[in-house]
Design a protein around this ligand. Structure first.
Ligand SMILES: Cc1cc2nc3c(=O)[nH]c(=O)nc-3n(C[C@H](O)[C@H](O)[C@H](O)COP(=O)(O)OP(=O)(O)OC[C@H]3O[C@@H](n4cnc5c(N)ncnc54)[C@H](O)[C@@H]3O)c2cc1C
Length: 262
């Protein structure tokens, strides 16, 4: 089974994050990493691959530094990587992102048909959570999202989807696009052996021209929506301290009631 995992390179949430004058994320000179939620998609691919045959290709679109997200995935155990990078894609919205990723998946499929496209639930910077559905539409494939369990049997993929009231089991034919949640597994850490092995794994770099994508369809100017303002949230203020002088329980209940928690 050939699996493509889409992984995004995002600014490290632990570090200082900022925005450019045009309200896009400042991706220059900030520490980036593989979007944490995408590690679950990589792990899911590796577990499926270990149970069968084929290969796992990781795909990213972003600045040249985005290769780091691919490398981490290769260290975890993926077989090969593809980085789509081009000056014109800076500031792309979900619509453009899905266009580029879909064309890259088509190109990867020219070598060997792609059976499954896996994605994370959402990127930790844009958090749109729509790229998987858009990918499925562009590729003309069924999509199942929010998978907290995933199994493949023959040409069928079966997932479990949980919400607050029910768990659904859904089946779809392959090929398909599946997005996974952070409940699905525990992503592995790259081992020393994995880190050494990753150095020899192939990583291809493609530009828009390699994919036949017109630069006018991507980038900030082509975005269908615009972030008009970004404001930093004020730092959290200290919480209210309830000192127990015999009436602590009552005070706590009053506090919770004032917030409509009880
Ligand atoms: C400050 C800021 C300003 C923005 N301004 C605009 C704007 O003006 N207009 C606008 O439309 N959008 C804007 N965006 C959204 C931004 O362009 C999104 O990053 C983009 O739309 C892709 O969506 P997402 O990253 O939220 O992906 P999601 O849909 O949340 O990602 C889901 C999954 O898709 C895959 N994926 C997503 N992106 C990639 C990628 N590049 N490479 C590989 N896999 C990927 C990953 O598996 C990921 O887990 C802005 C975002 C920020 C942070």
């Amino acid at each position: 089974m050939n699996i493509v995992v889409c992984v995004k390179y995002v600014p490290d949430a632990q570090g200082d994050r900022g925005f450019e004058a045009d309200n896009t994320t400042d991706r220059q000179g900030v520490d980036g990493l593989l979007s944490e939620l995408d590690e679950y998609a990589v792990e899911a691919a590796l577990q499926l691959f270990e149970a069968g045959e084929g290969e796992v290709t990781v795909l990213t679109m972003g600045p040249e530094d985005a290769v780091a997200a691919v490398k981490k995935s290769l260290q975890m155990g993926a077989d090969k990587g593809v980085v789509v990078t081009d000056e014109a894609i800076a500031g792309s919205d979900s619509v453009a992102t899905s266009l580029v990723l879909a064309e890259a998946i088509r190109k990867i499929g020219e070598e060997a048909p792609v059976d499954l496209v896996l994605t994370g639930l959402a990127s930790t910077d844009g958090v749109m959570s729509v790229v998987p559905a858009m990918l499925a539409e562009r590729l003309g494939l069924p999509q199942v999202t929010f998978a907290s369990e995933l199994a493949v049997e023959g040409s069928t993929v079966r997932i479990r989807r949980d919400d607050e009231t029910a768990s659904e089991t859904i089946e779809s034919s392959l090929p398909a696009v599946v997005s996974v949640t952070d409940q699905i597994n525990e992503p592995r850490y790259p081992s020393f052996k994995g880190i050494m092995a990753a150095k020899k794994k192939p990583v291809q770099t493609w530009g828009l021209a390699d994919l036949g994508v017109d630069a006018a369809q991507v980038g900030l100017d082509a975005a269908w929506s615009t972030v008009v303002e970004v404001t930093a949230r004020p730092p959290r203020t200290a919480g209210e301290v309830v000192t127990d002088e015999g009436e602590g329980g009552t005070k706590l209940a009053q506090f919770l009631a004032s917030r409509k928690f009880v």
